[in-house]
Design a protein around this ligand. Structure first.
Ligand SMILES: NC(=O)C1=CN([C@@H]2O[C@H](COP(=O)(O)OP(=O)(O)OC[C@H]3O[C@@H](n4cnc5c(N)ncnc54)[C@H](O)[C@@H]3O)[C@@H](O)[C@H]2O)C=CC1
Ligand SMILES: O=C(O)C(=O)[C@H](O)COP(=O)(O)O
Length: 379
């Protein structure tokens, strides 16, 4: 069996070599000719799969994308050709939620505000949005949610219409798929008109898809005197992004919000599980077989720890300013895709075990995602 896999997908040889011969390809430049004689195609978000790409795919049986987003895949075309398809929902949800928490912690330090004074609006309450909500709730931050498709699943949570959310929140974080048309289209949800309805000092975070924000409108908006703070991980026209806009945002990154070691490895593992199910072979390999021990494994949280110490703790695992610094220093010289490909190792909060002094701390920090043990209980 011939398996063609994106060169930026980790652990493919470890998970798939026993199923066939693995060859790697460059995700942005895959051609139709390369699909001749290929049985399995494993992609990331940068490879559009459509009629043109599939025209010589004489043997293709399975396409897997190690992402939740599927806007790059023409699923109708795959179904027409009887090619099975899977994505990896939730593989990187923890990573993106932690990216947002790290951003909020860094902004709170930079602009001297209390996290607990902010109301965070979450647009899209799927795998990422619900995790972000729970983490924020754990640390005492109020949220307002907007998601017309899942609202009924969560009668206990506070959902509002998008227009109300824009007006009421201090922070708005987008976690929607890219939908280009129809009644719930997400393209340019934030545009010239909706930007003007935000609170005067609102923080905007986008780690969903670049097109969810009209980048030209945002750039024009930020050119006027303003008090907004903006964090962009995703951009219109990646990899050729608007560098004027880059200069105006507080934190910029290269579509890496989901790129923890765990998040990327989970994506590969989910494709391995889906393909094994299709081939009716057991999927015995576990993620824990492949994750290295982190550089720092344990820390102690003393009885005096308070929510105001969170930035220090969160940033000991992941500080978004590291990524912003790399972009500003190296994007022009090395390019967007190079920085994505060479993204430094980032672990999830769960890689750090915290020995906590109290039950309350242990509960809060484990809800935030850390592994915890309560030393008070162990004594
Ligand atoms: N920057 C990055 O590295 C990453 C970006 N993403 C992006 O984030 C998106 C969300 O990821 P997940 O939460 O895992 O996906 P998901 O599919 O679990 O959740 C998306 C949610 O958005 C809701 N939604 C759809 N249209 C909406 C609208 N018009 N208004 C409000 N809500 C709407 C859906 O009902 C769903 O609950 C992905 O589709 C992908 O585009 C995902 C992972 C990593
Ligand atoms: O899951 C998604 O959707 C994402 O956006 C990925 O985290 C990032 O996409 P890749 O380009 O790394 O596949």
């Amino acid at each position: 069996m011939k398996i063609l896999a994106d060169q930026n997908m980790p652990l493919v040889e470890e998970y798939f070599a026993h199923l066939g011969h693995v060859t790697r390809f460059d995700g942005r430049s895959l051609t139709a000719e390369q699909l001749k004689g290929v049985d399995i195609l494993l992609i990331r978000s940068v490879t559009p799969v459509n009629e043109a790409l599939l025209r010589f795919a004489d043997q293709l049986k399975f396409v897997g994308t190690a992402t939740i987003g599927t806007d790059h895949v023409d699923q109708d075309e795959l179904a027409k050709r009887n090619i099975a398809f899977t994505n990896a929902p939730g593989c990187n949800a923890v990573a993106v939620a932690e990216f947002v928490i790290s951003a909020l912690c860094a902004l709170s330090q930079q602009y001297h505000f209390e996290l607990s004074d902010k109301v965070v609006g979450i647009v899209g309450v799927g795998n990422i949005g619900i995790r972000l909500h729970r983490k924020l709730q754990a640390i005492g931050i109020k949220t307002l949610l907007c998601d017309p498709f899942v609202q009924e699943q969560y009668p206990e949570l506070q959902f509002v219409e998008l227009s109300q959310l824009f007006q009421q929140v201090d922070v708005i974080s987008f976690h929607v798929p890219l939908i280009k048309d129809g009644p719930h289209a997400t393209k340019h949800l934030l545009n010239e008109q909706t930007l003007s309805s935000l609170k005067p000092n609102a923080i905007v975070i986008n780690a969903s898809r670049g097109d969810v924000i009209d980048n030209l409108a945002l750039n024009a908006y930020l050119s006027e005197p303003h008090q907004h703070h903006v964090v962009l991980d995703v951009w219109e026209n990646e990899p050729t992004i608007n560098t004027q806009l880059l200069d105006k945002v507080d934190f910029a990154s290269v579509h890496i919000a989901g790129h923890t070691l765990e998040g990327k490895a989970r994506g590969t593992q989910m494709l391995y599980q889906a393909l094994s199910a299709q081939l009716d072979t057991p999927a015995e390999l576990q993620l824990s077989d492949f994750l290295p021990t982190p550089a720092i494994t344990n820390m102690t949280v003393s009885a005096s720890f308070e929510v105001k110490n969170l930035p220090q703790l969160v940033h000991s695992v992941y500080d978004i300013r590291r990524d912003d610094g790399i972009v500003r220093a190296e994007l022009q010289k090395k390019g967007f895709d190079f920085l994505r490909k060479n993204y430094p190792i980032r672990r999830e909060f769960s890689a750090l075990t915290l020995e906590c002094a109290t039950d309350e701390q242990a509960l809060m920090l484990s809800e935030l995602g850390f592994t915890t043990s309560n030393t008070a209980l162990l004594k």
